[in-house]
Ligand binder design. Structure first.
Ligand code: HEC
Length: 178
């Protein structure tokens, strides 16, 4: 094949790339970027300009913007590891859990979540690590409660109560984690 023909073929290939492959690549990039943005930066993940001072709104603020409970407790896609905020706090099995740790469903579902825990039991758990069944929080949760410098145990009782109140009003999601 002479040089001219080779250049013609290369040119055709280049055209093919710019006509089809690049747009497909960019569309894929935009689309995946967009879905990831939607999922990981859901509007509510943006903390309000001023922190609410009390009640359920305070609890939501503490769970989302301070405690980042969703990082471990909101289900992640095994494919992309993106969090699925439509099932906020519904738990992760070991496969998608933080550092391979199972993170329980903490929505108010009675069977698969913590619907049977009272607000006081949630406050005690976050403040001390002591579970209603007499056991103690382990793994990353134990570490998050105790903290290296500060953990959930160092939050004020009023704030832990706000978190407990909030956890009672989020949608119950049936999601058995084992
Ligand atoms: C770094 C990951 C991580 C973060 C952040 C985290 N958790 Fe956990 N959580 C876990 C793990 C892992 C367990 C299981 C602990 C165990 O096995 O003892 C757990 C257990 C729990 C439990 C016990 C549920 C049950 O059914 O046994 C509650 C309640 C809970 N977390 C609430 C919270 C709240 C509220 C926050 C935010 C303030 C939070 N967690 C933040 C990882 C995390």
């Amino acid at each position: 094949m002479n040089l001219l023909n080779r250049l013609k073929i290369q040119h055709k290939l280049a055209l093919l790339c710019s006509a089809f492959l690049l747009p497909i690549g960019i569309l894929t990039y935009l689309f995946i970027g967009q879905t990831e943005k939607d999922v990981t930066f859901a509007a509510k993940e943006t903390p309000p300009a001023a922190a609410p001072v009390s009640g359920v709104a305070r609890g939501e603020y503490l769970v989302r913007a301070v405690g980042h409970c969703g990082e471990c407790h909101t289900p992640r896609s095994a494919m992309t590891m993106a969090v699925d905020n439509n099932r906020f706090l519904a738990g992760n099995p070991k496969k998608t859990g933080p550092e391979g740790q199972l993170s329980p469903n903490i929505t108010p579902d009675k069977d698969t979540g913590i619907g049977s825990w009272t607000e006081d039991q949630i406050v005690t758990y976050l403040g001390t690590g002591n579970r209603p069944d007499g056991d103690v929080a382990g793994g990353l949760m134990g570490e998050s409660i105790q903290g290296t410098l500060a953990g959930y145990k160092d939050m004020t009782k009023a704030d832990l109560q706000a978190i407990a109140k909030y956890l009672k009003v989020i949608p119950a999601v049936k999601n058995k984690i084992e």
